[in-house]
Design a protein around this ligand. Sequence first.
Ligand code: NAD
Length: 306
Amino acid sequence: MVSRAASSRPSKCDPIRVLVTGAAGQIAYSLLYSIAKGDVFGKDQPIILLLLDISPMLPVLDGVVMELQDCALPLLKEVVPTDKEEVAFKDLDAAILVGSMPRKEGMERKDLLKANVSIFKSQGAALDKYAKKTVKVLVVGNPANTNCLIAAKSAPSIPKENFSCLTRLDHNRAASQVAMRVGVPTDNVKNVIIWGNHSSTQYPDVHHAKVTVSGTEMDVFDAVKDDEWLKGDFISGHFVSMGVYSNGKPYSVPDDLIYSFPVVIKDKAWKIVTGLQINDFSREKMDATATELVEERDTAVSFLGA
Ligand SMILES: NC(=O)c1ccc[n+]([C@@H]2O[C@H](COP(=O)([O-])OP(=O)(O)OC[C@H]3O[C@@H](n4cnc5c(N)ncnc54)[C@H](O)[C@@H]3O)[C@@H](O)[C@H]2O)c1
């Protein structure tokens, strides 16, 4: 089924093909509008939106398409709802992989991981087979790090640096917490680092972060003046609040994409920072989350052959 959004406004360039998976879900519901009105890829960039979900969700997807049509967004040239990977991944410029297997009651962590490996293996292979070799891929569905690795491994013909996954949400949350504590706007806080897995071992690190207070830039520890909080509740509360209000809330993902996608789509590249000083406190936190990540990676990779 193919439907067109009405628009006759001449555009500056050819439309790009953007896939959102899990398109009938909660995150996609707020994300799609943001993409379609130009927040993510630019106000001059026409878009063809491909929406993938599983077959039982197709009626919901039809509703999503109608809502997008009702917006009559000038940048939106076409919307394609589908349950078929060969349609969804064809000639893609960008893929935002949101759909994943949710944890069901009583489900073992391993079984959940196995189900997600199966989804991201299949979608990685579809990227490899059908998408442009220049496609940029952002994985949102959790466990985002590991799902991203599996997708990248399953798409050997696409450069590894074209794959990334979402941690901007965690970064923004940590920056906001510091800003609220100091009583300044969030954009007065910079250089917050998020290390590791999307789980309770995730480490929001403010040892290199700066905050501007009354025009003066200072270390976060000097501005907050509460080391116990910064080394305790600030870190442990980070993931707890994630569980409470991250899923499906409209403000969590689109903002992140607005910031992160220009980096992956506009011919810019990310790079690994070297020579960063890591103190003993950070090292311990980083080691803990790295151990968990490696374990998750090994388990996931062991499912790849299955
Ligand atoms: N990385 C982050 O920062 C971040 C933030 C928020 C949410 N998330 C994750 O995003 C994911 C989606 O969250 P949600 O609230 O929209 O969930 P949701 O359950 O509302 O929607 C998920 C959608 O994915 C679909 N889906 C399942 N398997 C699929 C497949 N193989 N192909 C295509 N679609 C498939 C489902 O049918 C459903 O419509 C979750 O994994 C959530 O944990 C990540």
